[in-house]
Design a protein around this ligand. Structure first.
Ligand code: SAM
Length: 352
């Protein structure tokens, strides 16, 4: 933990407290993420309430090994990967993600068990060859940045975490959607708003792919703003990321209460793995907001299980979009990398 880490944590604490504006930490949301707050975020909230920048910096320096990452990164379940069998399953899962990413990129043939060989051809040239092909097509390294004590598989000097193939795949699909569905000018340097950004993975990999992105704003719960603000600042540099109450940088991290104050115009609304988990009214509010604030596309990658949680069903994006009105479906595809997840692109705003 360096002085720069502590200085960043001072800024994160100031932004967090400004976002809460005197309200108690536990009042940030209801439903699933209130349950996550009660179970896993409280120790972090106590550090923020005490304004203890040094202790916060120590926690965040190991964020990927901490229980408060539950729901944001597989690392919260790190102990599951420690027994030999668990480690083996996790290794297979990371490799499976890498092969699916390679298949989605079209750099290895898709495995088809009925007519093809019994195993994928992806490893025919060895792991180094597989990585070389993936990175050649992506145009950037898949090595996960050394921030927050991440862990996963080290292959040819690149760290592949349990979720990085999926996160990279989403950024690639978002990049395709920008090229296909926005005007050339907006597609080249889009202004993006992501709701529910987790630790900032989609933002990070999209910027790796498309450095000319004009603005990437993430709107989230104040306590998760702290996690994404830390991760993205450490990876991209402090000056590339602004926090609540600061002058906007290329990456803007804002609380849900700051949505209306984001400087527009916006070309894209992004949501990955989160609208279904939000309170229904909060999710609808985002979609209604984008109908007038966003002139371009809505890119969604979400599960559609509608599983019950505390007596209510998780949300279903196509139904929410219909309720909000003003969206028209352009594409609907299953994820190459994460079974059960659906990628959708809607036109919204002036082009909808
Ligand atoms: C399962 S995580 C997914 C994170 C990220 N999109 C990913 O796929 O890695 C759900 C995200 O939704 C956020 N979230 C939950 N309720 C929210 C709300 N009311 N407004 C904005 N974000 C919310 C969480 O804090 C978290 O970042």
């Amino acid at each position: 933990v360096t002085e720069a880490d502590e200085a960043l944590c001072e800024r994160l604490i100031t932004a967090y407290r400004a976002a809460l504006d005197g309200r108690p930490s536990g009042s940030q949301t209801s439903g699933m993420w209130s349950w996550i707050y009660d179970g896993w975020h409280q120790p972090l909230a106590q550090l923020l309430d005490r304004r203890d920048a040094r202790a916060l910096a120590r926690e965040l320096a190991e964020m990927f090994r901490k229980p408060f990452m539950l729901g944001l990164a597989p690392s919260a379940l790190m102990s599951h990967g420690q027994p030999r069998l668990g480690a083996r399953i996790w290794r297979m899962r990371a490799l499976d993600g890498l092969v699916s990413l390679a298949e989605g990129l079209g750099v290895v043939p898709v495995h088809e068990p009925a007519t093809g060989t019994r195993t994928t051809r992806a490893f025919d040239g060895g792991l180094a060859d597989l990585l070389e092909r993936v990175e050649g097509r992506l145009g950037f390294s898949v090595d996960f940045p050394d921030v927050g004590a991440p862990y996963g598989l080290l292959i040819e000097g690149r760290l592949i975490t349990m979720d990085s193939p999926e996160q990279i795949h989403t950024a690639v699909r978002l990049d395709h959607a920008l090229r296909l569905h926005l005007s050339p000018a907006a597609g080249e340097a889009p202004s993006i708003v992501e709701v529910g950004g987790g630790y900032g993975a989609t933002c990070l990999w999209l910027l790796r792919r498309r450095a000319a992105t004009k603005r990437y704003a993430i709107v989230d719960l104040p306590i998760v703003n702290v996690l994404q603000g830390y991760f993205l600042s450490r990876v991209l540099g402090d000056s590339a990321v602004s926090l609540f109450g600061e002058d906007p940088a290329q990456v803007v991290v804002a609380p849900h209460s700051g949505l209306a104050d984001l400087a527009g115009p916006h070309d894209v609304l992004v949501n990955k793995d989160s609208l279904p988990e939000m309170p229904a009214e909060a999710a609808l509010e985002y979609l209604r907001w984008a109908r007038s604030a966003c002139n371009g596309i809505f890119f969604s990658c979400n599960q559609e299980s509608q599983a019950p949680f505390q007596g209510e069903e998780l949300g279903f994006v196509p139904r929410m979009v219909e309720q909000a009105g003003g969206y028209s479906l352009l594409r609907r595809d299953q994820s190459w990398v994460r079974p059960g997840y659906v990628e959708e692109v809607y036109a919204v705003g002036g082009s909808g």
